[in-house]
Design a protein around this ligand. Structure first.
Ligand code: NAD
Length: 425
């Protein structure tokens, strides 16, 4: 048996030569393989880097939709299950306060509903997720996506031929506009235009009902606020984007024949509400024993709002969808005039903020610690009051819940959702 040394340095030169050549060949092929492997690893690594770069750019838009299972969910959810008529509605902002209620009401009567929401963190996204779960339990599918994602919207219209769009997605809130103005442009202007572009190109075009706001009345002092009153003096960027929305939708109605209904909501409140709104945050603070800040106008005048209960607003939304009339265009071409409507959806009985607080104290059985502060110039207006005769005439809109009754229902929901545990509230 050759020694290890002989193995490495054989005694016969010829043998050595052969072995040496063999050794070189082996070495050469091993190093080639090694280089190839290195090259392949580098290629894979750079591909993965590129892929993750592309993903991070498009993540906002493409991360969570697509695929066979996803399409099946959309188709099922959009299906109309009424024997006569019925509509298939794309509800934007479906994980939001109003969107979740409208989606449930439509589904309950057999209409097809598909939701879309980007689950942003303007307020606690876990509340949006909880609303989504509620909708899922009622066979409503919510797409996790942004209304600025035109590819996603085109895909949705391709697979589900929506007859109507209930457009509620928006950056809401008056004061937050001073902190994050860009978010209002992103959702309320750019998002709206993206949605309208897809709607006008689709064939058939859907009818669109969308949420404007009472805030468009801005510094208007004539009461009650009627649809024909001035709306060119907005007091906040939020109001300005809603007013812009009214003008933008008018353009799409005029050029492309889209049927448009704009709804000016007046301080909507109720179960599953928005944590950034005063009645909601007051409830939380009162239960936690924290003080609440109550704004007052000039000369210590109390602010007043035409608080409107969510069920009444839902009836208004559905009445608007049912009477919307058809869009006349197809594939981006107008074929005739289409309806363009604007309605106030309010309660017609304003209540002052201190009175609202007194109602909360009664239902919560806790006294509030109130700090009265002069209203800063941050976009709020002193009062709102809706004239609702147009909506009444057009689709029988008639609010039936007063603030006392509505707040009682809200408090009941609040306590059941957050529990009585003060630490959790
Ligand atoms: N609640 C009110 O008192 C009130 C009053 C006037 C007008 N409005 C309008 O009514 C509509 C619904 O309001 P709400 O109280 O339910 O508010 P909300 O914030 O609870 O609901 C809006 C939903 O839209 C989603 N969204 C926002 N931007 C989006 C985007 N770019 N893409 C996809 N989803 C997006 C949000 O995640 C949210 O879930 C809004 O247009 C709001 O401006 C509400």
């Amino acid at each position: 048996m050759p020694s290890l040394e002989e193995e490495l340095f054989p005694s016969t030169p010829g043998k050595f030569k052969d072995r040496n050549r063999h050794f070189h060949r082996c070495f050469a092929s091993t190093s080639t393989m090694f280089l190839w492997a290195l090259f392949l690893i580098a290629l894979t690594a750079s591909y993965l880097c590129f892929q993750s770069f592309m993903d991070s750019g498009n993540r906002y838009f493409t991360a969570t939709w697509g695929g066979h299972h996803w399409e099946k969910n959309v188709i099922n959810s959009a299906q109309i299950r009424r024997s006569h008529g019925g509509m298939s509605v794309l509800v934007t902002g479906a994980a939001g306060f109003v969107g979740s209620h409208v989606s449930l009401a439509l589904k309950k009567r057999g209409d097809g509903v598909v939701g879309i929401d980007n689950f942003n963190n303007y307020y606690d996204p876990s509340l949006k997720k909880a609303r989504k779960n509620l909708l899922n339990q009622n066979s409503i599918f919510i797409v996790d996506g942004d209304i600025n994602d035109s590819k996603l919207l085109v895909k949705l219209f391709d697979i589900a031929r929506f007859t109507h769009v209930m457009h509620l997605a928006a950056q809401a809130g008056v004061r937050y506009a001073m902190e994050n103005p860009g978010s209002y442009i992103h959702s309320n202007i750019a998002g709206l235009v993206t949605l309208l572009e897809v709607c006008k190109n689709s064939n058939p075009q859907p009818a669109i009902v969308w949420a404007s706001s009472s805030s468009v009345y801005g510094l208007n002092e004539k009461v009650p606020f009627s649809e024909s009153d001035r709306t060119d003096q907005p007091a906040s960027l939020y109001a300005a984007t809603k007013k812009a929305g009214e003008e933008i939708t008018h353009t799409y109605n005029h050029i492309y024949g889209l049927s448009i209904t704009g709804l000016r909501f007046f301080t909507v409140y109720g179960p599953w509400g928005r944590p950034d709104m005063a009645y909601f945050s007051f409830t939380r603070n009162i239960l936690q024993g924290k003080p609440i800040t109550v704004y007052r106008g000039k000369n210590r005048v109390d602010l007043a709002r035409d608080f409107t209960y969510i069920d009444d607003v839902v009836k208004g939304c559905i009445g608007s969808l049912d009477t919307s009339g058809k869009s006349t265009g197809s594939g981006g071409k107008k074929r005739g005039p289409a309806p363009y409507r604007i309605f106030n959806l309010g309660n017609t009985s304003p209540v002052t903020v201190p009175m609202m607080v007194a109602m909360l104290e009664k239902h919560l059985k806790v006294k509030a610690k109130k700090n009265f502060v002069v209203m800063p110039g941050n976009g709020d207006v002193p009062f709102t009051h809706a004239n609702i005769s147009s909506a009444r005439k057009e689709f029988g809109y008639k609010p039936t819940t007063d603030l006392q009754t509505g707040l009682k229902k809200f408090v009941k929901w609040y306590l059941s959702y957050y529990g009585y545990d003060q630490g959790k509230l």
